[in-house]
Design a protein. Structure first.
Length: 233
């Protein structure tokens, strides 16, 4: 089994299009990709009843079991198999069963706070932030939560105003500055095509790490002028 060489983090607000982007950019390399939804690492809340679980703030960083995510990501990077938890949004809790995930050439970690944790960030080779207007995102969320996640409109609105929106502003949106690339309007075709090519090249092993932070930082420290790159290169 090969050890994954390329780890991508995809962050952004609820309904921004993170899952869609994650799927589209890895479509051509399906067998070589492991997708890790951050949602699977929500804390196990089995000690609470359903009503109590409905009131939890799922948009605060403390809702996630970061230690488990760090451990499992590290294991995958070491070429080891992990037993990944699964999440059930309808009951606001982890499922009983886990799934076995094999290490692959590409790993995609995707979720509202995928760029939040410093140590996770250090493990990422490419950090993306999917940016979509808040009005579009809430419309998508209403549709999804009511149709797919068994919620009622009033509850979705209450949750959005009490936790989703303020936590987005406090914790999610600020992670945008950690991103290497901001993808506007979710699945925009130019960005998706470029990323698809980059990921395919990584899998085929002939990628030039043009976005490699260390290389860029080194070149800047050697006097390379990023702002006028076309004229000085
Ligand atoms: N660029 C886009 N244009 C139109 N609809 C989109 C676009 N990106 C995502 N969607 C739709 O928006 C909804 C939420 O997208 P999703 O990828 O699940 O968002 P997230 O993972 O960020 O919550 C889905 O129904 C998806 O099909
Ligand atoms: O039990 C739960 C767990 C999470 N949520 C909400 O889900 C979104 C994150 O998922 P996206 O696919 O990125 O939208 C987050 O905003 C939580 O509020 C939930 O409602 N219930």
């Amino acid at each position: 089994m090969t050890i994954p060489s390329f780890v991508i983090g995809i962050a952004g607000g609820t309904g921004a299009g993170k899952t869609t982007v994650a799927q589209l950019v890895t479509e051509n390399v399906e067998d070589a990709v492991t997708r890790i939804p951050l949602d699977n690492y929500y804390e196990d809340l089995s000690h609470l009843d359903l009503e109590e679980r409905s009131d939890v703030n799922y948009d605060h960083p403390s809702a996630f079991e970061w230690e488990l995510l760090r451990e499992q990501l590290t294991h995958l990077l070491e070429g080891r198999t992990v037993e990944m938890p699964q999440y059930d949004f309808e009951i606001h809790n982890r499922k009983d069963e886990r799934i076995t995930v094999e290490p692959t050439d590409v790993i995609v970690l995707e979720g509202i706070l995928a760029l939040y944790d410093e140590r996770i960030n250090e493990m990422l080779d490419l950090r993306l932030y999917v940016e979509t207007d808040a009005d579009v995102r809430i419309l998508r969320r209403i549709q999804r939560d009511v149709v797919e996640r068994g919620r009622d409109l009033e509850g979705v609105m209450r949750q959005y105003l009490s936790t989703v929106k303020p936590m987005h502003e406090q914790f999610v949106e600020p992670t945008k500055k950690r991103a290497d690339l901001v993808v506007p309007e979710g699945a925009n075709s130019v960005a998706v095509n470029l990323l698809e090519e980059k990921i395919q090249a990584e899998v085929e092993g002939d990628a030039v790490r043009s976005w490699d932070r260390e290389t860029i930082e080194k070149r800047v420290s050697e006097g390379f002028d990023l702002d006028s790159a076309q004229t000085t290169e």
